[in-house]
Design a protein around this ligand. Structure first.
Ligand SMILES: Cc1ncc(COP(=O)(O)O)c(C=O)c1O
Length: 449
């Protein structure tokens, strides 16, 4: 699959007028343009969306793992409309009640001493701000991140990204160093050994590293959940070498893991946290970089040399505030935890029935199904290079079969990514699992003898 981390309807024939116009005039992201085949969407409700042909699909991946509130969060839509009418835009030097209250909400729901926020409009901007803040605060410039990671498309963020999309942006910004990952199923390194190796890297760099940047649970690079003690120890290692810990919660945050943030699964509080996606439940583009009081205090006497025209855009922060209040009032974090356990059980059943399922893993409503063509050797169908090459892999074909049968299922490289809206019910999980069960027959047939 070459377009985003997502499934498409699998062909370029039969486009309607809107789709053909879109294909002609608008770039498809992360794609060979000849393969782009946009499907016109016209409606949505609950965990379903409907295309212009009247086909309704269950969203089993929350679009790009961001539609955490599903499609019927009227409170968020109303808050945006009200703010757009009262004042669609004010410069960042002015404020609105929504911006102030959202800042306070984030201080309340984030772990540890995280307390002050810079607002931007996307995950990649949240990461850019984190890199800049870490550099300004520590006076050092190197950033250690991991190979199996995605942190965004702009130059700083793609430079610290490990996944193959970085290769086309190289050489990128200076001072980025990649470390191994906690990937028990597919790496030769044991997760905890890979962690101690990061300590060695920091030592060998002579304590010149500003920050270690990780996704607490790796998202688009395969839903990799580290051992419980990994993140607390990583924070210790970073601090021992004078580096900050930055947690990129853009995908893992806002209930995805059954906790507010991925860090909460491991009881660790980072020095800087980045977020976007679920921050508004995908109702508006909004990114946030939250720092500890100590880091914030540094910028009292040192310039916070960063900003955007749309930093804290009034309509986006109205969406953010209403989204956070919806998570709280509708008890969505607890709901995600309980239906997440159910989802995990249902996927484990699939693994028993399908020899091409190498491993299921994840936490809460953040799950991965990794496929294999030779389970005795854990040999994958798809490889990292497929992410930037043309054509379809077996995992794309499984997503395509599910799409044809009414379920949207994102994938990346060799893993199906299951991250439905947090409002999903057990019945809806059953409906999607039944479709996935059928689709996996395709990968079973494609296995090597
Ligand atoms: C962990 C992580 N960080 C950053 C980003 C970049 O976010 P955006 O696409 O909003 O720029 C993503 C996007 O998938 C992500 O998963």
């Amino acid at each position: 699959m070459t377009s985003d981390e997502c499934a498409t309807d699998g062909g370029t024939d039969g486009l309607n007028e809107v789709e053909a116009m879109d294909k002609e005039y608008v770039f498809g992201t992360w794609s060979y343009q000849k393969e782009v085949s946009p499907t016109e969407m016209v409606d949505s409700e609950g965990v379903y969306f409907t295309d212009a042909r009247g086909e309704r699909r269950l969203d089993f991946s929350g679009q790009l793992m961001c539609a955490n509130l599903g499609y019927s969060a009227d409170r968020v839509a109303d808050a945006m409309a009200e703010q757009a009418r009262r004042g669609p835009y004010f410069a960042p030097s002015m404020t609105t009640e929504n911006r102030a209250r959202l800042g306070k909400h984030l201080a309340d729901i984030t772990p540890g001493e995280l307390s002050k926020t810079f607002f931007s409009t996307s995950g990649t901007e949240a990461v850019e701000a984190a890199i800049k803040i870490a550099r300004l605060y520590t006076g050092k410039h190197k950033i250690v991140s991991r190979y199996r990671s995605y942190h965004g498309a702009t130059y700083g963020s793609i430079s610290v990204t490990g996944d193959p999309r970085r290769l086309m942006a190289e050489p990128g910004i200076p001072g980025t160093i990649k470390a191994p990952d906690p990937y028990a199923y597919g790496s030769t390194l044991d997760p905890m050994e890979s962690l101690e190796y990061i300590g060695e890297m920091l030592m060998l760099e002579g304590d010149t590293v500003a920050a270690v940047l990780v996704e607490p649970v790796v998202g688009s690079n395969g839903i990799l959940v580290p051992p419980k003690e990994y993140l607390p120890r990583l924070k210790e290692i970073a601090h021992d070498h004078g580096a900050l810990l930055i947690a990129d919660e853009v995908m893992a945050g806002f209930g995805r893991t059954g906790e507010w943030f991925g860090c909460d699964v491991f009881d660790v509080a980072p020095d800087i946290m980045t977020m976007a996606k679920g921050l508004t439940g995908a109702y508006a583009p909004l990114g946030a970089t939250v720092v500890t009081g100590e880091i914030a205090a540094h910028f009292e006497e040192n310039m916070f040399c960063h900003g955007h025209t749309y930093a804290g855009h009034p309509v986006a922060v109205a969406a953010g505030r209403a989204a956070v209040e919806t998570y709280i009032e509708d008890d969505l974090i607890d709901h995600a935890r309980s239906v997440g356990d159910y989802l995990g059980d249902r996927l484990d059943e699939l693994a028993e029935d399908h020899p091409s399922v190498g491993e299921t893993r994840g936490v809460g409503l953040f799950r991965g199904v990794e496929l294999t063509k030779r389970s005795d050797r854990r040999e994958p169908f798809g490889h990292r290079k497929d992410k930037i090459s043309t054509g379809k892999t077996v995992v794309d074909e499984v997503s395509g079969e599910a799409w044809d049968d009414g379920v949207y299922l994102a994938n990346m490289i060799n893993t199906l990514i299951i991250a439905p809206p947090l409002v999903i019910s057990e019945d809806e999980i059953d409906e999607a699992v039944a479709v996935l069960d059928d689709a996996l027959r395709h990968s079973d047939r494609a296995m090597e003898a």
